[in-house]
Design a protein around this ligand. Structure first.
Ligand SMILES: CC(C)(COP(=O)(O)OP(=O)(O)OC[C@H]1O[C@@H](n2cnc3c(N)ncnc32)[C@H](O)[C@@H]1OP(=O)(O)O)[C@@H](O)C(=O)NCCC(=O)NCCS
Length: 222
């Protein structure tokens, strides 16, 4: 499949029938559905069993932050979006201040009666992205499309983007209970640089803690 030359200039890649590129505005609803499908427990915790609410909220967040320079990348098989990656890298890729957005989401998509559930989000561990870092906030591929290389390609694009923007490393968190993803990241050169245990995620999501993994970005010689 031919890639759009505009995407190539942004570091897009393709292989095995898949294309990875920055999201376009029309991709964002589908990208939100992929995120909800890839992280079912997290979305169920925050928005309950009605998957549609989680999808609406995720879509709203993506639309709100895009094109205001938050890095949303998609992996596509033809027209179908099969994977999504969200990057953060201040000051180039920065999400909007959360309060107005949180209010809008709570009021418009969630409803006051579901607010206590949403408030759980405030208890979840946070991470402050470093200046020299590109941080992978989320990477998810549809279950039936895993193992085709979409995750590897998305991360390769993150790396290219980081190199082009003179960042020094890529960082991400992976839950202790996610050995498959951990193995993938280690194979790609990420190494453990920290571990944070969390009673909250243990109680709410049966995730006892997360490793912080980091991969240095090599700069081309010459
Ligand atoms: C982790 C994830 C993004 C990888 O995407 P992918 O497109 O399957 O990745 P690739 O095809 O490039 O690589 C496959 C590798 O992913 C890992 N993997 C993790 N979960 C997997 C799954 N359910 N199915 C297949 N591979 C999986 C495996 O280690 C596999 O490597 P292996 O050959 O050593 O077994 C994807 O499994 C996913 O969306 N998981 C759910 C969300 C998640 O855990 N995100 C990561 C948070 S850090």
């Amino acid at each position: 499949m031919a890639t759009d030359p505009r995407d190539a200039s942004l570091g897009a890649g393709h292989a095995a029938g898949l294309v990875v590129r920055p999201a376009r505005p029309r991709d964002l609803d589908a990208a939100a559905r992929v995120l909800v499908a890839a992280f079912p427990s997290e979305f169920r915790l925050l928005f309950g069993p009605r998957q549609r609410v989680g999808e609406d909220v995720a879509a709203h967040v993506l639309h709100h932050d895009y094109p205001t320079r938050r890095g949303v990348w998609v992996a596509c098989d033809g027209e179908r979006i099969v994977g999504v990656m969200l990057l953060a890298a201040p000051p180039q890729l920065q999400s909007q201040p959360p309060w107005r957005l949180a209010w809008h989401v709570a009021w418009r998509h969630v409803g006051l009666w579901r607010m206590p559930r949403l408030a759980l989000a405030l208890l979840l561990p946070r991470y402050t992205v470093q200046r020299d870092e590109v941080y992978v906030r989320a990477i998810g591929v549809l279950a039936e499309e895993r193992g085709r290389g979409a995750g590897t390609m998305l991360l390769a694009c993150a790396e290219t983007w980081a190199r082009d923007h003179h960042k020094r490393w890529l960082g991400l968190h992976v839950h202790r209970e996610n050995p498959g993803a951990h193995r993938l990241h280690q194979r790609l050169g990420y190494r453990e640089r920290g571990y944070r245990a969390s009673l909250i995620t243990w109680i709410l999501l049966q995730q006892r803690g997360a490793y912080y993994l980091r991969k240095p970005i090599s700069t081309p010689v010459g």
